[in-house]
Design a protein around this ligand. Sequence first.
Ligand code: ADP
Length: 458
Amino acid sequence: MQVFTSVIVLAIFIVAYIYTDIRDYKERKVKSISSLAHVIGTNSASSILFHDDESGREILAELKDVAPEIVRADILDKDNAFFATYLRDSTGKRDSPFIKTQKNAFFSDTSLFVADDIINNGELIGRVSLVVELSELKAIKKAKFEMAAILLLAALCISFLIALAVQPYISKRLLNLVNAIKRVGKTGNYTTPVTDDGKDEISILVKTFNNLMKAVNESQQRKDEFIGIASHELKTPLTSIKGYLDLLNVMEDREPNRQCVHKALESTHKLEKLIRDLLDVSKIQSGQLQLNVTGFNMDELLDESIESIRMIAPTHTIKRENRNSGQMIYADREKIEQVLVNLLSNAVKYSATDNKVAVSSANSGHELIIKVRDHGIGIPEDELTDIFGRFYRTKNSSVHISGLGLGLYICRDIILRHHGRIWAEREEKGSSFYFSLPLETHTEDTKTIDIENKEPAF
Ligand code: ADP
């Protein structure tokens, strides 16, 4: 395709060049023959004045040597009557152009016609007419078009040969890429990039394919990592449940031991939470997480959530800093409780050395803001928004504190579905988590919202 396009472009340029060259040649010719006509007119003025047609013919006869391409020349008097005529040979026997036109120069297919007025003392006394044979122009045209044809043919052949030589190089690189795609499809190995040292479109294609492989590889690695963590997180409580149940089984008095039952129950709760988180994530991903909105008292919900955390984390002091005199909220009570419990259990989990956790609420007029403050390990500034991402765990916590990095992702989705906001802030020691819920009056007590699943921009 490229070869043919180049040849067509070359042909257009050559034709344009020939056209301008011929036009210049014609202009030059008109100019030189017009000057000749003027000289003849000046020389023959006295012949006309003295009616000396013999000397007029002599002047014209000189044209045979001076301009052999002139086939006919005429001198006419002021009434357009022929005064003297010159014919180079029999081909010059044709009508004088003045009978047909008053133009000073024009071209026919084979000839150039040029005329000039003969003026004496400002008075028109006659006219000179010359007919020039254009066989030279014809020859020039023929030669130029032949040369153009040869050049184009040569260009076509050379381009074709170059294309033929380059083709295997291009095909080889494309085949290399195709084989790599087939290999990846078969083996599922996305780690070996395709090499290509070119700088053209094929190398861009190769680079794009390598980037795609890299992205797939990274996502696979994240998935593998998650499966590893999830299996570990599921296995640990299951092993401990099994251990306590085995212990109960071999106890001599066959009476359930309270502490063993308590420990087994604790592990069962952990397992239940993990499985619920995984289910919630898959519901969020498929857009099936639904809200069951009712009106409820936020103060009561805060008390209940704090109480349930106090039971499982007796080591920590969870303090309610203020109350909002029974502020009514319209939201999914169970889901908001899930958010609160998640924030509180994180506050406990990530503050092993300092056991103070504080919960407060504030009414801004159009929304209710809840704050959970801890004095734990804190969150690096540049990770404050990332922690709400799926599977995200901060670098300082992921090594020694267990977790899947799903809780905050679920909290964010729940709050955004309620048209609220959720964010974290760094404190001098520890961190504060905030979420807000819009304050609006509802006439219905209960309604179900099914919001489209969209990734919010944090
Ligand atoms: P998980 O706790 O199971 O890892 P989350 O989604 O609840 O998952 O939290 C995501 C990450 O955010 C945690 O791994 C931790 O690094 C960080 N994080 C959450 N809450 C706190 C907190 N109160 N203090 C310090 N880091 C926290």
